[in-house]
Design a protein around this ligand. Structure first.
Ligand code: PGA
Length: 248
């Protein structure tokens, strides 16, 4: 049985009050695709307004602090995201791993903190172009995954996003064979770690997903959805990707 696909938008540092109308348009159009889980991960400060504007639609954060509370100026805890109306969060996005030097250990702690309050988690992994060209993509992503996976008995609520760094925002995407190889590797690690339940963890592909390439990507085995950046900002770009996930 294929897993129900998840198509999540990552708005990154985009979105102010006037964009709530776009979120409403996306949420309204997503209702036609009940076979697909659709979500938007918006800036933390927009979560509460977005969640109020689209009841029943999944709004998420893009990062979370690993601590429950404390002296962490400028940070947002998992309980705060949840309280604001988020039902999920991204952790370990490469833009944070790079700019904020987040380690695998920190990403793991973030995932655990988010799952503990009932948020779903999209945990990102992915290799640089240099590592891909050296032929090291699979071992490097495997190591990243092993170090970042939350130590939980059940991985319910967890999804992995494979996002090659060189494919993010560049218009370049790996070949079908490269995506298939990586997703198969991730699936086997998930089964090793979580047993049978590892088969139920969704593995998303992310990096330059657009309406024009989505159907081809979703047809690959073990691709259970997508994490979409630039093409998630407008309903006109995002909804055709949801439609492709639904096979329409
Ligand atoms: P992109 O970003 O779709 O703009 O390449 C994806 C991501 O960073 O999650």
């Amino acid at each position: 049985m294929p897993l129900k696909k998840l198509v999540a938008g990552n708005w990154k540092m985009h979105g102010v009050s006037s964009d709530i109308a776009e979120i409403q348009e996306i949420a309204a159009a997503a209702k036609d695709y009940s076979d697909i889980d659709v979500a938007l991960c918006v800036p933390a400060i927009l979560i509460e307004r977005a969640a109020r504007a689209v009841p029943g639609f999944s709004i998420g954060g893009q990062d979370v602090h690993h601590a429950e509370k404390g002296a962490h100026t400028g940070c947002t805890s998992a309980a705060m995201l949840h309280d604001a109306g988020a039902s999920l969060t991204i952790v370990g996005h490469s833009e944070r791993r790079e700019a904020q030097r987040e380690s695998d250990e920190e990403v793991k702690a973030k995932a655990e903190a988010a799952l503990a309050v009932g948020l779903q988690v999209i945990l990102c992994v992915g290799e640089s172009l240099e590592l891909r060209e050296k032929g090291d993509a699979v071992p490097v992503v495997t190591e990243q995954l092993d170090g970042s996976l939350p130590a939980v008995e059940s991985p319910a609520g967890l999804a992995i996003a494979y996002e090659p760094i060189w494919a993010i925002g560049t218009g370049k995407i790996p070949t079908v064979a490269e995506i298939a190889e990586m997703h198969e590797t991730i699936r086997s690690r998930l089964r090793q770690r979580y047993g049978e339940a590892g088969g139920g963890v969704r593995i998303l592909y992310g990096g330059s997903v657009k309406a024009s390439n989505a159907a081809e990507i979703f047809a690959i085995r073990d691709v259970d959805g997508a994490l979409v950046g630039g093409a998630s900002l407008k309903a006109a770009d995002f909804i055709p990707i949801v439609a492709a996930a639904s096979g329409r």
